[in-house]
Design a protein around this ligand. Structure first.
Ligand SMILES: Cc1ncc(COP(=O)(O)O)c(C=O)c1O
Length: 396
């Protein structure tokens, strides 16, 4: 009999919703115009892109003309940080955090090599930065604060609204021109977002984290914020992102955003119920398990757990062989497992960081999935611990 597969890696990507596929299909075949063409095919495509723009804007409480369509979260982050920095200053100072996604971390590192100054705020044991640290890090030449809305490995929600207040106060005082960017890729569709309330100037989104296909995303750019386009070519997206629009992808993203907006509370409570049941059962049945990151201030669908005396990678492979798909934050480089920098940033030991696994639930998971995963996990952890030299050394 074929093993039933269980997908618990929705923070990596989500399956495309059938309703989203249906919405995009006509734009792959019959309605295949270029949104910049003058003829009726072009007009049809343009109207579809505009409808999608309204839906994506509505998901985050923005205005339609504040949405720039891009290829995904990575490009949104690159455009936000580079685009803003290049538009406003030759060189300056950026404040970010130590737990950013590589697409933010890498851009900040690259700007640093070009002479920009970068402060990386620490997180504490709860996986959250402190606004006081951001305030203390401000310099006369600080132009940008870029801190993610929720972390992709542990799900902790960062105090973006308070950072928005800080930025607003600094701007109003006339002390400096300061902008706020947040990477909301993991939040969209899982928690409500209201850009006005957050007080951010730039916010990144990715379609494939909310049941749209891969390869489409958006950057919210508050009205009046200057941005240097990072691609040179046509006049698309109000000169902010050259290149023919990915019409089917954008239509899909629009439909996924509409569904996320209308179903958000239902999805949120479904995911949270499964996640909480899962976590409680794991902590009840398996010894020496540690929850990574703050329990309350985190995304509702995600649980990051460290299993003492177990290598996360080995556990992941064991679960995969039983049909359960999860992920680890650790990366394999030159044959050695690098512990996840995010888990290390919480002050955890290398051993706990290497034993961490991310479980992320989605709208199509069931109670049955939770039950079976806990069983498979309990067996796999027991087996691996029996083989673990670390465990044996402690027992003797
Ligand atoms: C927090 C965060 N930012 C950015 C990205 C990149 O998004 P994309 O895969 O659409 O480039 C991801 C994807 O894993 C993410 O989790």
């Amino acid at each position: 009999m074929k093993t039933q597969r269980i997908y618990l890696d929705h923070s990596a990507t989500t399956p495309v919703d059938a309703r989203v596929v249906n919405a995009m299909l006509p734009y792959l075949t019959g309605k295949s115009g270029n949104a910049s063409s003058v003829h009726s095919f072009g007009q049809e495509a343009r109207a579809a892109v505009d409808r999608a723009r309204r839906e994506v804007a509505a998901l985050i409480g923005a205005k339609q003309n504040e949405i720039v369509f891009v290829s995904g979260g990575t490009e949104a982050n690159n455009l936000a940080i580079r685009g803003l920095c290049e538009a406003v200053s030759e060189k300056g100072h950026i404040i970010t955090s130590v737990i950013e996604h590589p697409s933010v971390r890498g851009v900040c590192d690259a700007l640093e090599k070009r002479g920009w100054e970068v402060t990386r705020l620490p997180v504490y044991e709860n996986g959250i930065i402190r606004v006081e640290d951001a305030r203390a890090a401000l310099r006369p030449n600080t132009v940008l604060i870029t801190v993610m809305f929720a972390n992709n490995e542990i799900g902790t929600l960062q105090p973006v609204r308070e950072l928005g207040e800080l930025v607003r106060t600094e701007r109003q005082s006339g002390r400096r021109s300061l902008w706020l960017h947040t990477d909301a890729v993991q939040v969209a569709g899982r928690e409500s977002i209201a850009v006005e309330e957050l007080g951010c100037d730039l916010l990144s989104l990715s379609g494939h984290k909310l049941y749209a296909p891969k390869g489409v995303g958006a950057l919210y750019v508050r009205r009046g914020v200057r941005l240097q386009s990072q691609s040179i070519g046509g006049h698309q997206e109000r000169e902010r992102r050259a290149g023919t629009e990915n019409v089917p992808g954008i239509v899909a993203f629009g439909e996924a955003a509409r569904l996320a907006r209308t179903e958000i509370s239902e999805r949120r409570s479904h995911d949270k119920r499964l996640r909480d049941n899962f976590e409680n059962e794991v902590l009840r049945r398996i010894e020496d398990v540690v929850l990574n990151g703050e329990k309350e201030m985190r995304l509702p669908h995600l649980s990051n757990l460290s299993f003492r005396f177990v290598e996360g990678e080995g556990l992941l492979i064991n679960l995969d062989l039983q049909g359960v798909a999860v992920s680890t934050g650790s990366a394999c480089s030159s044959g050695t497992l690098e512990p996840s920098p995010v888990i290390r940033a919480l002050g955890r030991s290398d051993e706990l960081a290497r034993g961490s696994i991310r479980f992320s639930f989605g709208k199509d998971n069931t109670d049955n999935d939770v039950e079976r995963t806990v069983d498979v996990l309990a067996n796999a952890v027991t087996r691996l611990r029996e083989l673990s030299p670390l465990n044996k050394a402690l027992a003797s």
